[in-house]
Design a binder for this molecule. Structure first.
Ligand code: V47
Ligand code: SF4
Length: 390
């Protein structure tokens, strides 16, 4: 949308508070906590969406990023008991649990030898016997085998537990992990920071301060990271904005976050199955407000396995400029929670087609948003014939 068109749209807004917020957004001024809540409460989807889309186009034009990655989930055994989690199996209930050895995880890594993946995303439950030294060995073994593969691994939930068990400080532990080959941190484990909600949905794992401290330490070591927010359950709009505010402040200090990823709560087979899931309108508004509020986060990502392909496609008009990656079918955390995709894998051709269909520009990126290839003029059917690219 042109600058003239967005100005007309903002001037035509009848609610004076929403109009004032719109004027700030198009002047690229930061909006306040209360203004963020107002956007959620009073803004129509079309108004908030148009503002977010304008911001997205100012920052990235039509560029829409994806990457080629694969996931390893070392274990689904977990000492914690988050109410929303459909994935973890208690240590005592081991018949349904799995735990992979380094050899088994290397078998997965080696299955991608010769394939053009750029990233491995490693995240799982918190197993009491999988220690810091076990994971340091895993990192070193992966790097020795494939030095150019970017390792994005471990949430502060896993790191906090392994550091405490190993009796090392966050600073020492992060330095050890970085030296062993950890390149960046994924965004998980953040959920909702506000203690009113955190106490109810994940009381026993790392708190907001602990989560933020681990990301801050990673940034101070020169690493980048992502951040998530689990929305659409028992939280209020103010809790969402509080969460975003804490991330925005840390980003002001360190500049180390790449991407903000709102994650839609799914209610299948967990202790919060009685909580209804959010509507598609609510989902799009969440992405749009995120784009507007998180003014110092370069990228907003829609994680397509959780939302479904078509909804992820829709987010590209509501502030999102990244739809994660090709992934593969080993990702169980979402399929077990009732996500749209029971078998989440998309080929490069599928991703390119999905982005082209909404007239955006597909760009393959590395984890740190280095551009690998522009697929704007590439015919997805031709990609399907090329096993190396697809
Ligand atoms: O922290 C667990 C979420 C997260 C449910 O950084 C659920 O690139 C919805 O953070 N409904 C882990 N969500 C995954 C994650 C992630 C995913 C993709 C990319 C990146 C990245 C990070 O999964 C957890 C939790 O918030 N989760 N259960 C559920 N029932
Ligand atoms: Fe464990 Fe993570 Fe599930 Fe919580 S969300 S129970 S920390 S696997």
């Amino acid at each position: 949308m042109s600058n003239a068109a967005i100005s007309v749209l903002v001037s035509a807004e009848k609610d004076p508070i929403l109009q004032a917020i719109g004027k700030k957004v198009i002047a690229r001024e930061r909006i306040s906590f209360d203004e963020g809540v107002q956007l959620f409460e009073k803004g129509s989807l079309s108004y908030v969406g148009a503002l977010a889309n304008w911001v997205r186009e100012q920052m990235h034009g039509d560029k829409t990023y994806f990457n080629r990655n694969f996931h390893i989930e070392p274990t689904n055994v977990c000492v914690f008991s988050c109410a929303f989690c459909s994935y973890s199996r208690l240590y005592s209930n081991r018949e349904e649990g799995w735990e992979l050895s380094i050899e088994q995880m290397m078998h997965i890594v080696k299955s991608y030898d010769g394939k053009p993946v750029t990233e491995v995303h490693i995240v799982g439950g918190v197993h009491p016997k999988m220690t810091l030294s076990f994971f340091l060995e895993l990192l070193r073994t992966i790097k020795a085998h494939r030095p150019d593969l970017h390792i994005k691994a471990f949430t502060p939930v896993e790191l906090d537990y392994m550091f405490r068990k190993a009796n090392v400080s966050v600073e020492e532990g992060m330095k050890m992990a970085h030296e062993a080959g950890l390149d960046s941190l994924p965004g998980g484990g953040a959920e909702i920071f506000h203690p009113e909600i955190r106490q109810k949905i994940c009381a026993d794992k790392v708190d907001a301060e602990g989560w933020l401290k681990i990301h801050q330490t990673a940034h101070e070591l020169g690493m980048h990271s992502n951040a998530t927010l689990l929305y659409g359950h028992i939280e209020s709009y103010a809790h969402r904005i509080d969460h975003m505010e804490r991330l925005r402040s840390l980003q002001d200090q360190t500049g180390g976050f790449n991407t903000f990823i709102p994650l839609k709560f799914r209610n299948q087979d967990n202790d919060m199955s009685n909580v209804p899931e959010s509507s598609i309108v609510e989902d799009m508004k969440m992405y749009a407000v995120s784009r507007i509020y998180m003014d110092n986060f370069p990228h907003i990502k829609a994680y397509w396995p959780m939302l479904g392909r078509q909804n992820a496609q829709l987010t590209l008009s509501f502030g999102v400029n990244d739809i994660d990656g090709t992934i593969d079918d080993s990702t169980k955390i979402y399929s077990m929670a009732g996500s749209e995709e029971q078998n989440p894998s998309m080929s490069t051709a599928d991703l390119v087609r999905l982005i082209q269909q909404v007239k955006r520009q597909p760009i393959e990126r590395g984890t740190l948003y280095n551009e690998i290839r522009d697929y704007t003029n590439v015919d997805p059917s031709a990609l399907e014939l090329d096993p190396q690219l697809n």
